[in-house]
Design a protein around this ligand. Structure first.
Ligand code: PLP
Length: 380
């Protein structure tokens, strides 16, 4: 049976394939330390677990839930945004709960893209933006982000592109994989650019609370008429990646279209997961400080690994769960990754997973215990 034509340009996700290779090495007795993947290893807060577990025996918990999420969860999201980002969003129609922000990338794309429409995608960037675009037979148009410009979009270059067919632009600040922050100027210019060219700008914002003194949302800078959306997630901030909880926020009329797609795809989020999410969004300040103290400590040892490898940390004040390191001249990302994997049993991600502009870089994850990171350091 021939698969659909739309799969012609799609490969299995890099990590899905590479992690099988890593697993085979482990099964063959290699003590592989996985510094490749951004899946938080720390636990959610006990209050989150209790809120979820306690609701398991409540009558009605196991039914299908509303497609829009329970009102308590939507309100918890808008309260969280108000507190963290000073936005004033309406819990009725300016927030849509999602099963992870990755789901949102697909739903937004399905809601707005026709075959042959074009989408602006950061290079380097999260690979899902381009794979979803290709799945829908739309055209990815890459905009280049450069270390020399602290990975901010170059608006002169953007203006030179043929933007006629562009309907969506993916933006992701704090940026994965580099950890770059958007300047205020970048957000303001992005909003103006979207307005000028009638493009929906979506900021994918799952990393704003990790190693970041100044969390920002693009929604702080936009007004209610702008075609601006933001995705957020509980995966990284609250160590709940496997729970699959995220949200889409912004202009109600855009959310309404995304909602039409979503109602065809799932039948609501498990009630107890929503109760856990409400508890997470209400956690006090020290949740964030404790979490970030752990990541900051781990990062110090990753920086030492980077130094040992004659690489260079690109930005010591980067946000997010990763360290983005520049390789010494003469080595490709994949050569470096295989050398580390096969000679030292250390797995890191090659920059090329994130696009051609990732060549010459590797990405280290902070989602590993300090002890294991030190063990990796001692192997070098
Ligand atoms: C930039 C970016 N966006 C979205 C996601 C997906 O997050 P979620 O778990 O909310 O689907 C990730 C996860 O790695 C990510 O790095």
């Amino acid at each position: 049976m021939k698969p659909a034509i739309r799969l012609n340009n799609i490969q299995e996700y890099y990590f899905s394939k590479k992690l099988r290779e890593v697993e085979n090495l482990k099964n063959a007795g290699k003590p592989v330390i996985n510094l490749g993947i951004g899946s938080p290893d720390l636990e959610p807060h006990l209050q989150v677990i209790c809120a979820t577990v306690n609701c398991m025996q409540q009558t009605g918990s196991h039914k299908y839930q509303s497609y829009r999420g329970i009102p308590e969860f939507r309100k918890a999201v808008t309260d969280f945004y108000r507190k963290q980002f000073r936005t004033d969003l309406n819990a009725e129609d300016q927030v849509l709960p999602l099963m992870g922000s990755k789901e949102g990338i697909m739903h937004i794309s399905m809601a707005f893209l026709n075959k042959d429409d074009a989408v602006l995608i950061p290079n380097p960037g999260y690979p899902t933006y381009s794979s979803v675009t290709k799945l829908l037979e739309a055209e990815p148009v890459y905009y280049q982000l450069d270390e020399s410009n602290n990975y901010q979009p170059n608006f002169d270059d953007l203006e030179k592109l043929n933007l006629e067919k562009v309907k969506l632009m993916w933006v992701n600040y704090p940026h994965m994989p580099t950890g770059a922050h958007a300047s205020e100027d970048t957000f303001v210019k992005l909003i103006g650019f979207g307005k000028k060219h009638n493009i929906i700008i979506i900021n994918d914002n799952p990393y704003s609370f990790i190693l970041n003194d100044n969390p920002r949302s693009i929604l702080e800078y936009s007004n209610i008429d702008s075609n601006i959306l933001e995705l957020n997630s509980l995966s990284k901030t609250f160590n709940m990646a496997g729970w699959r909880v995220g949200m889409l926020l912004g202009k109600a009329s855009l959310l309404k279209e995304v909602f039409k797609v979503k109602t065809q795809m799932d039948s609501g989020m498990f009630y107890c997961v929503q109760k856990g999410a409400v508890a997470a969004l209400g956690l006090p300040r020290n949740w964030y400080t404790n979490l970030n103290d752990i990541y900051a400590e781990r990062r110090k040892y990753i920086w030492k690994i980077v130094e040992k490898l004659n690489c260079k940390v690109t930005n010591k004040s980067a946000a997010g769960l990763f360290v983005w390191a520049k390789l010494p001249k003469g080595k490709t990302s994949e050569e470096m990754v295989d050398e580390l994997l096969y000679e030292k049993s250390i797995f890191v991600a090659p920059g090329t997973v994130f696009g051609s502009k990732g060549e010459g870089y590797i990405r280290f994850s902070l989602c590993m215990s300090k002890e294991k990171i030190v063990e990796a350091l001692n192997r070098l």
